[in-house]
Design a protein around this ligand. Structure first.
Ligand code: ADP
Ligand code: 2DT
Ligand code: MG
Length: 212
């Protein structure tokens, strides 16, 4: 009989909510408790497609808005065979941003509808758990200034937050809102508890398809 599959766990949230910090801590905690775990992040700027996205985010190149949206989606699809292989091997994947960021950021631009933005990501491996790290702009500001990358302005981030709120109404996705204003250790405790629960449940369920 095949072994138990790993869980697909995603962290989402606005800039400086603590996603990258918490992804690393979660992977470390899972590994230390004897559960195989690996971190992934989107965009993955190391691939050929990812390098195009990286240059765009760093304002070193300009890309048409629909085009870059599809590149972000393609950057997820190109990792799907590897993701499925790892999950089948029983490795838990902890992912820093996923299709939800893709939809929230593009649909925050004028003229983009949520359903158009979702379409390219329909059928991706469905996360067993999506944790939204909730942090208000005033608290985010205490964590330092915005960086120099595209999208890092308070006006745009406020719209992104609203789009995430729309996406969180979707009951077909296992959303959990995490209070990201707590200290790092307490956020970590909440995230670990939800993750262990999702890992146990995922073992007995087939991997789903997102938004389909
Ligand atoms: P994100 O990946 O969501 O943009 P990061 O994990 O890079 O966020 O964290 C942004 C900054 O805030 C970093 O300097 C990090 O050390 C700090 N930080 C992360 N979590 C917390 C927390 N719970 N409380 C205070 N500062 C935090
Ligand atoms: P970080 O590497 O700091 O997380 O910033 N983005 C991300 C999109 O516009 N579409 C996507 O599909 C994804 C995954 C969010 C990456 C920036 O890229 C944005 C912030
Ligand atoms: Mg980050």
């Amino acid at each position: 009989m095949a072994g138990k599959r790993g869980a697909l766990i995603v962290l989402e949230g606005v800039d400086r909510a603590g996603k990258t910090t918490q992804c690393s801590k979660l992977v470390q905690a899972l590994q230390q408790s004897g559960r195989p775990a690996e971190m992934m992040r989107f965009p993955d700027r190391t691939t050929t497609i990812g390098q195009l996205i990286g240059a765009y985010l760093e304002n070193k190149s300009d890309l048409e808005d629909h085009t870059v949206h599809l590149l972000f989606s393609a950057n997820r699809w190109e990792m799907v065979p590897l993701m499925k292989k790892k999950l089948e091997q029983g490795i838990n994947l902890v992912v820093d941003r996923y299709a939800f960021s893709g939809v929230a950021f593009t649909s925050a631009k004028p003229g983009f509808r949520l359903d158009w933005c979702m379409q390219p990501d329909v059928g991706l491996p469905k996360p067993d758990l999506v944790m939204f790290l909730q942090l208000n702009p005033a608290e985010a500001a205490l964590r330092g200034q915005f960086g120099q990358e595209r999208y890092e302005t308070s006006v745009f981030q406020r719209t992104v937050q609203q789009r995430f709120e729309q996406l969180m109404k979707d009951q077909t996705v296992n959303w959990q809102v995490i209070d990201a204003a707590q200290n790092i250790e307490n956020v970590h405790k909440d995230i670990t508890a939800h993750s262990l629960n999702a890992i146990n449940k995922a073992q007995n369920l087939p991997l789903g398809e997102l938004w389909s």
